[in-house]
Design a protein. Structure first.
Length: 392
């Protein structure tokens, strides 16, 4: 079998979509040949049976920063439209020139590619599948549903469209990379991270050093991620003289997200939590496991309603997780009540953090082992790809 994969980005160093590199590698083990069409291509190291074609976003630049004025804005809009047209032209060029190199099409998240190419693929007898795991239901998803053969999603809430084509298959976490640290390791400052970054390695995470409790959260900086709730919860704990360190890992890409990040930093200053809350910035997905292994708990405040891969990666590392995300209700098993808090309720979140902080070391180890087992059983990357191929 030969497969065409369409995805937004192929870049092993990307902080959000770096995981897709591993997905492609796993698909390559099962298919004779893989063709990948992506919007952006960065650094990759893929098997010989994988060919990557980029639509060219990595080469595009607007030039010098725009100044105020209608003329400049119009010129910028013209360049933006030209860029979009160029992407569409290349997309059609690639799916035509490579048509003999694939029998099936796997589109990751971007429903617009099925809208653009669905009729072409159907005309040439290509089986079409879509991976979609998000609480939002755009109009393009409704169109894509008509053209696709199967829609794969991570949980029942991952694709909120009524369709018999939807198959719930779990997420895809590389459990060989995201795993619990050796219990015999010593705590200490290490610098095996990019660009001289140092982190406190907590493989013996259940034995606190100087009573310091380390909280980590990973995700893009966006209002829908509700970082204010975490900051307000941390303020309550700090007022109780609990020694905390909070690492917020993620980047702000859009203008409104950068503005939101600036507001969060001001909030931290106003609450005098500068020495507690650390905005780490973007970290490549391939390096996240080391940060997770250094933490005591993982907190996710997202209101997206979809199963966040970052939560599962933390669970795979044996971390206790706290979340308000309803997509986790059917994932956390017997610990659901203990590990879920009410959306936006920072007092409830503070209470749950305090409970885990005070929990017996063996109880937290037990929780971590239970959560990792869930990922191994239901969200293992190798098993996921095999499920998808079976249903293909």
């Amino acid at each position: 079998m030969k497969l065409l994969i369409i995805t937004q980005k192929v870049d092993i160093n990307d902080d959000v979509l770096g995981f897709m590199h591993g997905w492609i590698e796993e698909f390559a083990k099962q298919f004779e040949f893989i063709t990948v069409i992506c919007l952006y291509q960065g650094e990759c190291d893929l098997p010989d049976n994988v060919k990557v074609l980029s639509l060219g976003k990595e080469c595009y630049a607007f030039g010098s920063p725009a100044t105020n004025g209608a003329h400049t804005n119009n010129a910028k809009n013209d360049k933006y439209r030209f860029k979009k047209l160029r992407y569409v032209w290349r997309f059609y060029k690639y799916i035509w020139q490579e048509r003999k190199n694939y029998d099936k099409v796997f589109v990751h998240m971007n429903t617009e590619y099925i809208v653009l190419g669905g009729l072409f693929w159907r005309m040439f007898g290509k089986k079409i599948v879509l991976w979609y795991a998000h609480g939002h239901v755009p109009f393009s998803l409704k169109i894509a549903e008509k053209l696709t053969d199967i829609i794969f999603t991570s949980t029942d809430s991952g694709c909120r469209l009524k369709s018999k084509k939807i198959k719930v298959v779990g997420q895809g976490i590389d459990i060989t990379r995201f795993q619990t640290p050796p219990s015999s390791a010593d705590r200490g400052w290490v610098s095996d991270f990019p660009a001289t970054k140092q982190v406190w390695r907590g493989a013996g995470r259940f034995q606190k050093n100087n009573n310091m409790f380390r909280i980590i959260t990973v995700g893009r900086i966006s209002p829908i991620k509700d970082y204010e709730t975490l900051i307000n919860a941390v303020e309550i704990l700090a007022e109780d003289n609990i020694e905390l360190k909070v690492d917020i890992i993620g980047d702000a890409g859009l203008f409104e997200q950068k503005e939101y990040l600036a507001n969060l930093k001001n909030l931290v200053k106003e609450k005098r939590l500068d020495n507690v809350v650390n905005f780490v910035g973007a970290i490549p997905n391939k390096d996240i496991a080391s940060y997770l292994k250094s933490a005591d708990i993982f907190v996710n405040m997202s209101h997206t309603g979809s199963l966040d891969k970052a939560i599962l990666e933390a669970m795979a590392c044996g971390l206790s997780v706290l979340t308000c995300n309803e997509a986790l209700e059917n994932v956390l098993g017997k610990y659901k009540e203990m590990l879920m808090y009410a959306k936006g309720d920072y007092k409830d979140l503070a209470k749950k953090i305090k409970f885990l902080l005070d929990a017996d070391k063996h109880e937290r180890e037990k929780i971590g082992e239970y959560l990792r087992d869930i990922v191994i059983k239901d969200h293992n990357l190798e098993k996921l790809i095999k499920k998808i191929i079976e249903l293909f």
